[in-house]
Design a protein around this ligand. Structure first.
Ligand SMILES: CC(C)(COP(=O)(O)OP(=O)(O)OC[C@H]1O[C@@H](n2cnc3c(N)ncnc32)[C@H](O)[C@@H]1OP(=O)(O)O)[C@@H](O)C(=O)NCCC(=O)NCCS
Length: 114
């Protein structure tokens, strides 16, 4: 669905001929939303997640979009650290975001703010 959608970008990272990670970003009117980002556990902590997200952020800036939003499971402490390292701040908690059961934390980055 996202691959065909003209307002989405699906990005993959390869290592040694294998799929090592992927990310999907959707470009909305005034912001972009990171729908998914995942790195194969065998390739974690090698900078692949950072490179995927920074590439998408660069694309957003080129498109004149500076605000990036995403949701992450509240229990996913590792991912929350990762996004904090990349300049995202925790904006609000959304109760029951995942299947009306699990809470999310919405994280936001304004690319104009250094
Ligand atoms: C979260 C995830 C995308 C990180 O990707 P990665 O390629 O391992 O991250 P990087 O190597 O690019 O790390 C970038 C920075 O984040 C930090 N970081 C990454 N994972 C971290 C973790 N679990 N705990 C603390 N810090 C972490 C790195 O140390 C690095 O910090 P630095 O700026 O000091 O160098 C990856 O662990 C993953 O796919 N997890 C499972 C799926 C998931 O949770 N996706 C995100 C929610 S949708």
């Amino acid at each position: 669905m996202h691959i065909r959608h003209h307002e989405s970008v699906v990005l993959t990272a390869r290592a040694g001929g294998e799929l090592a990670g992927f990310a999907i970003m959707q470009f909305l009117d005034t912001s972009a939303h990171l729908d998914l980002l995942a790195v194969d556990p065998r390739y974690e902590l090698l900078g692949i997640g950072r490179r995927l997200l920074e590439w998408l952020e660069g694309t957003a800036v080129t498109a004149g979009t500076f605000v990036i939003t995403l949701e992450v499971r509240a229990t996913n402490v590792g991912a929350r650290w990762f996004y904090s390292r990349l300049g995202y701040r925790e904006a609000r908690r959304i109760a029951g975001y995942y299947c009306r059961v699990e809470n999310a934390v919405q994280m936001v980055r304004d690319l104009r703010v250094i």
